[in-house]
Every structure is written in C-alpha cells, then in structure tokens.
Design a protein. Structure first.
Length: 513
C-alpha cells in the first residue's frame, strides 16, 4: 500500500506512482471504465481516486457507495488512468464493449414442448440488448446471487443482486434500454411482451459456463414501468447430503431416525428463503432408492431430482396441493412431499396419508418449531390427529458466514453481548470474529450462508401435553425442558466456532428465541 499525498493543485503523474493492484480492484472494472477513474492509493478508510474530472460528484458518490470507503479525488491524465485500468484488470472494457463481446450464455428450451427452441437461441450477431441481459445473468451467477431485481425509476434503471440474502446494487444499464431489457426477458420466459398492465410469471433455463440454471421470472407494473425479479436456481449449488447442511451428529441421528420411519409426518418451518426446500430435498435424496415410490407436489418445482416423481401445482386449472394429494394416494406412493400446508383440506389429506402407511414431508410458516402445533390447530386440525401423525418438526433460518479472507477478531458492543447473556454465559471466554471487508466478499465481511435450526421431536411427553391442552409458550417450555436446543442457542455455537457474528444471529434468529 503506497502513501500518496499529491498537491491538490497539480495533476497526479501515475507513471511515477507504485500502485497496489488490490487497491485498484476495490473499484469494479466497469465502474472504473465508465467514470474514467482508478483507485491508486488507500489511507485508512480513504481511497485516493485518480480522476479525469475530480469535480465529478456523481462518480465520487458512486465509488464511495460501492466500496464503502471515503473518496479523495486527485486529477490525472485520461490516458494514464486507462493504462492503469488496462494493466490491473486486463483488457480495457466498458459496459458497451461488454455487451458486444459477451459469450457463454445459451438459452435452452423449457419443459413446455410448444416452445420453439430456435426462438431462444443466441447468435454472435444478436442485438446488444440480448448481450446486456446475458451480461447481467453472468455477473449474477458468478457472484452466487439468488435473485436479480431490475427496477425502473423516474430517471434511471436500477439492477440489484441478492447475494447471501442481502441486496446489492450493480452498475445499471441506461434508462433508454428499460423496455428492450424487459421485452427480452419476457421472450425468454414465454410471456406476453404486449401486456404491460398486469403482473406476469414465467420461467426459462440457461446454460452458463457449463452450468444449468433454472430461472423463475416475475414481472409487475409500477408507476415508472415494469419491475422484473428473476429467481436463479443453480443446480450446481444444490446440496443433497444432510451432512453438508450444518447439522451436528446428534441432530443427524434424530433426523435420520424420523425419515426412515415407514409412516408419519415431518414438517419444516421458517420464513421464505430460509432453506426449507434444500433441507427437504436433501432428506428425500437420503432415503431415495429404487424400492421407494417418492412423489412431490410443489409450487413451483425448484430443482429436478433424479428418481423422484415431481408434480408442479397449477391452481389456475384446479391442480392445487389438495387435488394432487388425492391423486397421489391412488399412485401407490411410499413417500410424499407437499410443498406447503396452507389450509385444512391439504392438512387433512396429508395427515390421512401419514396415518395410512405413507411418510409425508411438508412445510409451514411459523416463528419456531413448537408453534407448529398451534398453527395446525388454528387451521382446524384436531389435537389427536396431530399427535398420531406428526413425528418431527425442524425450524430453520439462514445466517451469513464470515468471509475467511478478511476474518479477524473483534469485540462486539457490550449491549449486544448482554442481549444474548442467557444463551452465551461464557461470553468472557469467547473470541468473537467478524469480516473486515475485502474484494472477495465485496466489502460485506460475509461470504456464503449456513443454516441455524432447532429440532422438535414429537415425543410421548409432548403428545400427552398436547392432548392435555398445553399449547403456545407452555408447550415450547416443555420441549426445551425435554432437551430441545433453540435456534438462538445453535447460533451461539456458530459464534463460538467463529462461523458467524452476533449481529447475524440477532438479525435472523432473535424472533425464534
């Protein structure tokens, strides 16, 4: 790291300055090229930014917002700035050149046979908008994003990626390309490009860098145009081994015991985006074998699993969860997965299946595992049916992992530690870690996520309590007294291991404490 203190009245001669390449790359290449700027020095929390126009406030604010550093502008010659960019990023590149040269994205035909694959092919001489959409997809997939948000504003267009559960803005395309981008995405996902007044949902599949990614598309009209959200389902990132999901040995034994039972029901709870589907798929793949007939009904089918019969729910034509379940029972299934229990009809059929020799998996939306009993009662399920069918409830959340590249010890705020005193009595002996922020994690301090969970086996004692009318917090107290480890306590274990931070556990799991 070089210390550079130029005369504010003179231009910086970059040919005489020793520049740390890691500092240059703190500013994304496309941003450097677009504004003709280069980060050439760092002093504490301040970046020295060589700029052709040091009075360009928009450039300074954009770099500061993207990097998290304060910006100190320094005038420099345009040719020297471009030379620095070329040297430290490889070839000189801007957004337009990226669009023209983008390769590596191939759109495949969808599951719907009526779609003409030739309409979705990409050729080298395709329009720039096609390459721009490909560029956005490539960046999202390379950064491990789960969602892409393309949002119109009054004067601009915003593109944000959700990485590790957090939205992050990337360099936006020009506002003038808004309609063309939306139309291209509609074509890929087989939607009506002429309809701009109503919401639309579609899907497509792309092959990027030898990886197959399924994309679910949702478009909704706003006052400034149509907002597009694309959910990316990357099969290469799907974990199908329970051991890879963060369960300890004792928890794995409990889960394996439940999923190898010949009948009964296993429920997963948690908010949207908490990894429930991944855990369910992993459980199914654990017991998947040629001697089992496994059937699922999902809305939508997120990942295709070999050896498992998967049905997409389509309520608009009468194929909802309940209708699919009724048909499943005539298909001689051994194991059934229902995407979600939303009403009494679905719950009743699922319970009936679990009591007639089938193992049933499903999900609910509750704050914690014990609240599942209350939720089932609220939708009308009788307590005795719950007790005779439910084997195990797993509550789950996702927290971000500390970036291993910039991980360092730190001392959290005393008030934050006090909030967890009950589940972290040994705080004085714990070495806390966080991520300082680096290029690898886009200066967030986090990279990747891990599951926090609590297991709620429906034991004989719990069943007796439910039949006696014990519900709510009293039932949770019974479960904790019986040895259930709450999500927050599991989070504290990950804090002790240096896997995540107190802030993450507070943000994600405090509601389940």
């Amino acid at each position: 790291m070089s210390e550079i203190r130029p005369d504010t009245g003179a231009r910086l001669d970059l040919s005489t300055v020793e520049i740390d390449p890691h500092v240059v790359r703190l500013v994304p290449r496309e941003m450097s090229r677009r504004f003709c700027v280069a980060a050439v020095g760092r002093e504490g929390d301040t970046l020295l930014l060589a700029m052709e126009d040091p009075f360009d406030v928009i450039a300074c604010d954009t770099v500061a917002a993207n990097t998290g550093y304060e910006v100190k502008p320094a005038p420099a010659e345009r040719d020297q700035i471009l030379s620095v960019i070329d040297k430290h990023y490889g070839e000189s590149i801007d957004i337009e050149k990226s669009i023209q040269n983008i390769v590596g994205v191939e759109v495949e035909t969808s599951h719907d046979a009526e779609i003409d694959g030739e309409q979705l092919s990409i050729e080298p001489n395709d329009a720039p908008v096609i390459r721009l959409v490909n560029l956005i997809l490539l960046q999202a997939i390379e950064e491990g994003a789960s969602d892409i948000h393309i949002e119109p504003g009054e004067k601009g267009l915003s593109v944000r990626l959700r990485v590790d559960g957090v939205l992050r803005e990337i360099l936006p395309p020009p506002k003038r390309m808004q309609w063309a981008i939306t139309s291209r995405i509609k074509i890929l996902s087989r939607l009506n490009i002429a309809e701009r007044r109503l919401p639309q949902d579609g899907s497509c599949r792309v092959r990027v860098l030898h990886r197959v990614v399924d994309i679910r598309v949702s478009i909704i009209p706003t006052i400034y145009g149509e907002k597009v959200v694309m959910r990316l389902l990357d099969k290469s990132n799907l974990k199908t081994e329970l051991e890879e999901l963060g369960f300890d040995r004792s928890s794995l034994a409990t889960i394996n015991d439940a999923i190898t039972q010949p009948h009964g029901m296993i429920l997963l709870t948690g908010p949207t985006g908490s990894g429930k589907t991944t855990t369910l798929y992993s459980a199914l793949m654990t017991i998947n074998s040629p001697d089992k007939n496994i059937m699922t009904v999902e809305d939508p089918v997120e990942y295709e699993l070999a050896g498992i019969n998967q049905v997409r729910a389509r309520p608009e034509i009468g194929l909802d969860f309940a209708a699919a379940l009724r048909s499943f029972l005539r298909q001689d299934p051994d194991v059934i997965l229902v995407g979600e229990i939303r009403d009494l009809e679905t719950a009743s059929i699922a319970i009936k299946a679990s009591q007639t020799g089938h193992l049933v998996f499903s999900t609910l939306h509750t704050n914690d595992a014990a609240s599942t009993i209350d939720r089932l009662m609220n939708i009308g399920v009788e307590p005795y049916l719950i007790c005779t069918s439910l084997n195990l409830v797993i509550a789950q959340r996702l927290v971000r992992r500390i970036c291993e590249n910039c991980k360092e010890p730190y001392q959290p705020d005393h008030a934050l530690i006090e909030r967890f005193r009950d589940v972290l009595p040994d705080a004085g002996d714990v070495t806390f870690y966080h991520g300082a922020g680096c290029v690898e994690c886009s200066r967030t301090g986090y990279k990747g996520r891990i599951a926090l969970y609590e297991l709620f086996p429906v034991t004989r004692e719990i069943k007796d309590a439910v039949l006696q009318g014990v519900v709510g917090s009293a039932l949770r107290d019974r479960a904790l007294a019986g040895g259930m480890t709450p999500i927050v306590a599991h989070g504290m274990q990950k804090v002790r291991e240096g896997v995540t931070t107190l802030d993450e556990v507070l943000t994600v799991a405090s509601g389940a404490a």
